[in-house]
Design a protein around this ligand. Structure first.
Ligand SMILES: CC/C=C\CCC/C=C/C(=O)SCCNC(=O)CCNC(=O)[C@H](O)C(C)(C)COP(=O)(O)OP(=O)(O)OC[C@H]1O[C@@H](n2cnc3c(N)ncnc32)[C@H](O)[C@@H]1OP(=O)(O)O
Length: 304
């Protein structure tokens, strides 16, 4: 019996408070009393995501590990939201680095099979889980750094865009972008707003209308990612960036982050049910289902 729907309902019932539910944490510096042995790493690993918290630095490493392509299924999204919630509520954790264990893939975006041939209840539950994940990540009090070590289309790109800083492996074969238009679907307003907040209106408009996937060097030029580094240096660089961000007092950084992101978060919170209804109506259309089926066939043909 799949646990995800139950967990998803549990999260949904609990409600998410954007920017974030726990109290302000300027007193939450990692505690490593001098003279004591190094604080241990605490780890929790579920099926699809592995998390290790280094208590001495206050930094968690979150690794997606859902073969073949880290697609964002209902189970994955539920696990992701629960992992974020656990870290958010852990006073020892101040920052999280998000990366993937799958070679060449950060995340392939929303699991298309969750949006194909299912019933209205399923679409509603799935979309609520997508919203939940974004509200938790975009509204997180923690410093969030995406170490993008592979391709990252659509929902995968949204995860990276929702972080505070994006470092990508400098391989031109890896691409990133909101390519929904290529699938015959439309990125919802909060995907668009998150994108605009990172790259500005003009670049976002052109990229969204064309459903562009930008190779890493182009993504850097557009400001979609903040820097490129050789793949083998990605985690080292992410840790260095994290240390720089954590050097500031938490309360000042968090209030600034909240000020920058609040309007966009509030917009979805105020229109959450409407957004779910809109998704259900859109995705249930026969023409949209046909587009998604054709896209999946195209992916399979590309392989053979
Ligand atoms: C009102 C609002 C309405 C709607 C809003 C909806 C917003 C949607 C957001 C999204 O995120 S949609 C998903 C967009 N994702 C993509 O376009 C990515 C598609 N995948 C790829 O381009 C490639 O698979 C790849 C990620 C670059 C990896 O390529 P690679 O060659 O390494 O693997 P392969 O293509 O052979 O794929 C392996 C396996 O995985 C299946 N797959 C891939 N992506 C997805 C996915 N997103 N969902 C489900 N399944 C996916 C692929 O079909 C292969 O399956 P197979 O082994 O059974 O053939």
């Amino acid at each position: 019996m799949a646990a995800a729907p139950i967990l998803a309902r549990r999260i949904a019932r609990s409600g998410v408070l954007p920017l974030c539910c726990r109290p302000p944490s300027w007193d939450r510096a990692p505690r490593q009393p001098p003279g004591l042995p190094l604080a241990p790493c605490r780890a929790f690993s579920n099926n699809k995501i592995q998390v290790e918290l280094d208590e001495s630095s206050g930094v968690a490493m979150m690794k997606f590990k859902s073969p073949p392509v880290n697609s964002l299924s209902l189970d994955f999204l539920t696990e992701f939201s629960i992992s974020l919630e656990k870290l958010e509520n852990d006073r020892a954790c101040r920052g999280v680095i998000i990366t993937s264990t799958i070679p060449k893939i950060f995340s392939s975006g929303l699991d298309i099979m969750e949006m194909c041939g299912k019933n209205v209840e399923h679409y509603g539950e799935f979309w609520r889980a997508v919203q939940e994940m974004w509200l938790r990540l975009y509204g997180s009090n923690m410093v969030t750094v995406a170490a993008v070590n592979g391709s990252s289309p659509a929902g995968g790109c949204l995860i990276a865009l929702s972080c505070d800083y994006r470092i990508m492996a400098e391989n031109p074969k890896f691409s990133i972008g909101l390519n929904e238009a290529q699938l015959g679907i439309v990125a919802p307003f909060w995907f668009k707003d998150t994108f605009v907040n990172v790259v500005g209106h003009r670049i976002a408009e052109r990229s969204l209308q064309l459903g562009s996937l930008h190779p890493a060097p182009e993504a850097l030029k557009l400001g979609l990612v903040d820097e490129l580094v050789p793949e083998e240096k990605l985690l080292e660089k992410a840790s260095a960036v994290m240390a720089r961000w954590l050097a500031l007092p938490d309360h000042a950084r968090q209030l600034t982050k909240s000020m920058m992101r609040k309007a966009v978060l509030d917009h979805l919170v105020a229109h959450r049910e409407e957004d779910i209804k809109n998704f259900i109506n859109f995705i249930s259309k026969e023409s949209i289902q046909k587009s998604l089926r054709m896209y999946m066939e195209m992916l399979k043909k590309k392989k053979s």
